[in-house]
Design a protein around this ligand. Structure first.
Ligand code: KIV
Ligand code: ZN
Length: 524
């Protein structure tokens, strides 16, 4: 068999993926994910949209400054300031790419941009030329390409390549296309655009009709050379093409597709868990490739077949994607070195202080829980990574009282430095509400709780609960994490963590960048 054609994997977990409602990540978390993506073998990391906010700029900059081994890409609209800002964030990258985009479909031209076809081409060309002044590697996306008139799409693409674009991305922005149509578009570009051989054709599919992976595969068969995707398929609305699914489809059916990627597939489960832990977006149990049930055989007939020969019911081996036989790892007698080792093999890079903090939490947990699983450790790491380094307030504990015939109440105790603060509040709307209220009262930081989630981290009666809260204070959003074997305590810790972030932000307000415009990326 001839060598398979290599397809580039462009990961946009940190940009389009972050546009999933509730999935925002802080700079340090983005950096952790970027390092993991390099190990995974992705070719391009779209690290963010630098003009969107100071936080986005800093994250792209930190990744460009410190992550080697993949091309680091920043997104920009076809506007001078966007492109300058992206270039500034990317200037220290070993290999940098600016990704400029401009909508081309009739509906976007008329209602969003109010520009005609000539103006669109002129603007795209000028922006590509401006970006080209900074780097050689420039990607151009005609946004909503799949709903753009085919003739006009060809004209835009030809002009973009003439202006210096080295990758032409064909976004199915609204998840409208179907495999055959999308493949025809790629075929059209390959046959009608005379300079198309000077650029790589890329595909970027959204999953509104559940077709993102199928559409991407069809485009690859028609000659596309790059797939844009995200870990766990997270992204705007229904999400993007899922990296693990599209990669494993191409690898498992290499006999058919005759293509491959540089992805180390045995790291897929680790990558999936890290992104899920960091974003708080759970992976559905039956999700292909990385879901907990992806390799679980329930029916007796299947189990029997599996025991006789795994190929009867398995087209991939669990270990090919990184499932291990058991993830039972540590216990009460495990030391710091064993923990450090485990943290590293889970893909995290912690500072000494963070490791020490995880170790202290681990020891407390080991006193309560006999068997500590990878998922328990990942939760502790996430809690530490989500906490400010020196929190103003620390959690002490709570007690619930239910005097006969009276409304129950909660007593909450927290510390500021060495000083202890406590309050007792009636729990007429339940204990959780009372604990959150008590924390607001003691810290004098009122918030609106936009989201509250709690789930079990591992199995068994002594399983830890992990809680995530998203709160709003003075128009800013903060996310807190907490884990404990006690569900109410996990919730309280997550709430207090979010409050500590607010306190930290008040004490250290971020420097405002003059150019900073909060762009509603949802409109992108
Ligand atoms: O979906 C889309 O069109 C995008 C572009 C910015 C590439 O995300
Ligand atoms: Zn997109």
């Amino acid at each position: 068999m001839n060598d398979p054609r290599m397809i580039k994997i462009f990961d946009t977990t940190l940009r389009d993926g972050e546009q999933s409602p509730g999935a925002s990540m802080n700079t340090q978390e983005k950096c952790e994910i970027a390092k993991m993506l390099v190990e995974l073998g992705v070719d391009v990391i779209e690290a963010g949209f630098p003009i969107a906010s100071e936080g986005d700029f800093q994250a792209v900059k930190l990744i460009a400054d410190s992550v080697q081994g993949a091309t680091i890409c920043g997104l920009a609209r076809c506007r001078d300031k966007d492109i300058d800002r992206a270039a500034e964030a990317l200037k220290n990258a070993g290999s940098a790419r600016i990704h400029v985009f401009l909508a081309t479909s009739a509906i976007h031209r008329e209602f969003k941009l109010r520009m005609d076809k000539d103006e669109i081409i002129k603007r795209a060309v000028a922006s590509i030329q401006q970006a080209k002044g900074y780097f050689d590697d420039i990607e151009f996306s005609p946004e909503d390409a799949s709903r753009t008139e085919p003739e006009f799409l060809c004209d835009v693409v030809e002009a973009a390549i003439d202006a210096g674009a080295t990758t032409i991305n064909i976004p199915d922005t609204v998840g409208y296309t179907v495999p055959e149509k999308y493949a025809q578009t790629v075929h059209l570009l390959k046959t009608r655009v005379k300079n198309i051989d000077q650029a790589v054709i890329s595909v970027h599919c959204h999953d509104d009709l559940g077709l993102a992976v199928a559409n991407s595969l069809a485009a690859v068969q028609a000659g596309a050379g790059q797939i844009e995707c995200t870990i766990n398929g997270i992204g705007e609305r229904a999400g993007n093409c899922s990296l693990e699914e599209v990669v494993m489809a191409m690898r498992t059916r290499q006999d058919y597709f005759k293509v491959d990627t540089r992805i180390q597939s045995n790291l897929l489960v680790r990558a999936s868990r890290m992104v899920s832990n960091i974003t708080g977006l759970e992976v559905q149990r039956n999700k292909a490739i990385v879901g907990r049930n992806a390799f679980a055989h329930e029916s007796g007939i299947h189990q029997d077949g599996m025991l006789k020969n795994a190929n009867t019911y398995e087209i991939m081996r669990p270990e090919d994607v990184g499932f291990t036989q058991t993830d039972l790892v540590l216990g009460k007698h495990s030391g710091r070195a064993a923990l450090k080792n485990r943290v590293q093999s889970l893909g995290y890079h912690l500072t000494d202080d963070q490791l020490q903090s995880v170790f202290l939490h681990f020891k407390t947990l080991a006193d309560k829980k006999k068997e500590i699983y990878d998922s328990d450790i990942a939760s502790l790491i996430e809690q530490v990574m989500h906490s400010v380094a020196s929190p103003l307030w620390t959690w002490v504990g709570y007690t619930m009282n239910s005097p006969e015939g009276e409304i129950p109440n909660s007593k909450v105790v927290i510390k500021r430095g060495e000083e202890q603060y406590e309050t007792i509040v009636p729990a007429k709307d339940g204990p959780l509400n009372a604990i959150f209220f008590a924390i607001e009262e003691l810290t004098e930081i009122p918030v609106v709780c936009n989201e509250y989630r709690v789930h079990s981290v591992s199995t068994g009666k002594d399983a830890q609960a992990e809680s995530t809260v998203v709160v709003e204070h003075e128009n800013e959003i903060y996310r807190g994490r907490g884990v404990s074997t006690d569900t109410l305590e996990a919730s309280a810790i997550s709430f207090l963590n979010a409050i500590n972030q607010i306190a930290y932000r008040k004490a250290n307000p971020p420097k405002k960048n003059k150019l900073e415009t909060k762009i509603a990326t949802k409109a992108v």
